[in-house]
Design a protein around this ligand. Structure first.
Ligand code: NAD
Length: 337
């Protein structure tokens, strides 16, 4: 372990965010890695006050520290302010959303006996998340789907480079280019171009509806998935469901210089404030963050402590079949470090 203190922006978020962020922070601190956590507030309440713009102090803190651990933030549905999660990714140009989906020992799911180990690469800056919508005339609404060569090549390169570095064998590009021939067609052509530079990696294309069925039927056949923004969002939750749910799947929003680690799950208003949330996903985000900081030993220890906790099967939260609280689970992980 290198004896340095890392400056990290901590965004607890809202809903279950503050509960899981506090748990992840405790677990990271218990590894002995010195982190100067710099908390900034970002929540639905703040956004309602601030209007549509992301608070400048949040962006400043992340730009300064280059690393952030982020809890979820609620987005109003069918109205209200724009998603701060999407705005943050776009403003900081966090173009790659990386989501490893793996089974944890002992977690019961409908696929408990299937070896699932895939990494999802979701383009994070464009597609239908461009936020370009308008009402053409009353009762006719239009959303613009933006796909560019620049962003498609960039995410494809990121996914293939990751595959190469991490000994992954296959990349599956997911699309709907049979219908959206121009936009998804461009995405696919970019994937093919990058795939041609990596003959050592098997390359496959699947239409998104077929990909969804194959994921349910044969999840073990997937390795790296490469998707535009919207399909990446939907397929991430589907994949989380294969391994035991949103409580355990982490993610990272990666830019050229900045990394914001955040789980796949949202603010879970149905369980917020009751000490029931599973902090595993944000702890696994912290493992990814520690690796990013090159604190590999601490990352490995935290990962082992999480796995040991699951293998023992006690102290688990309700979403994965246990009856323990967020804090009890966290105490057990820390005791297992
Ligand atoms: P959600 O992910 O918040 O919850 C879906 C289901 O999974 C709920 O039943 C919830 O209780 C459960 N769940 C999620 N995380 C869990 C955890 N850690 N432990 C135990 N159970 C967990 O999805 P939703 O309900 O569709 O969205 C709620 C809000 O979150 C919306 O405003 C949405 O826009 C927002 N959201 C934010 C982010 C983000 O901040 N990156 C991501 C997704 C959704």
């Amino acid at each position: 372990m290198v004896n340095v203190t890392y400056q990290v922006t901590l965004i607890p978020g809202d809903g279950i965010g503050p509960e899981v962020a506090a748990a992840a922070r405790r677990a990271v601190d218990a590894t002995g890695v010195k982190i100067d956590w710099q908390p900034v507030e970002l929540s639905a309440a703040i956004m309602e006050k601030a209007g549509t713009e992301l608070p400048e102090n949040v962006l400043e803190s992340i730009r300064r520290n280059k690393v952030a651990l982020k809890g979820p933030v609620t987005t109003p549905i069918a109205g209200g302010f724009k998603s701060v999660n999407v705005s943050l990714r776009k403003k900081l140009d966090l173009f790659a959303n990386v989501r490893p989906v793996r089974r944890l020992p002992g977690v019961k799911s409908r696929y408990s006996d299937v070896p699932i180990d895939m990494v999802i690469f979701r383009e994070n800056t464009e597609d239908l998340y461009s936020g370009l919508e308008h009402e053409v005339v009353k009762d006719v609404a239009q959303s613009l789907k933006i796909i560019t060569r620049f962003a498609s090549i960039r995410i494809a390169k990121y996914a293939f480079d990751y595959a190469k570095l991490n000994g992954r064998r296959k990349v599956t590009a997911v699309h709907k280019a049979n219908i959206m021939k121009l936009s998804d067609g461009l995405f696919l052509r970019c994937c093919r171009e990058v795939a041609a530079l990596h003959p050592e990696i098997q390359y496959q294309e699947l239409i998104v509806d077929n990909a969804s069925m194959q994921l349910v039927m044969r999840p073990e056949s997937f390795d790296v998935l490469l998707l535009p923004n919207l399909y990446g969002d939907i397929v991430s939750d589907l994949a989380a469901g294969l391994v035991g749910g949103l409580g355990i799947v982490p993610g990272a929003n990666m830019g050229e210089e900045i990394a914001v680690f955040e789980a796949v799950h949202g603010s879970a208003p149905d369980i917020a404030g009751r000490g029931l949330a599973n902090p595993t996903a944000l702890m696994e985000c912290s493992v990814m963050m520690l690796r990013h900081l090159r604190e590999v030993g601490a990352a490995d220890r935290l990962q082992s402590a999480i796995e040991k906790t699951y293998a023992a099967g006690k102290s688990l939260t309700g979403d994965v079949g246990g009856s323990s609280s967020t804090n009890d689970f966290t105490d057990t992980v820390i005791a297992n470090l």
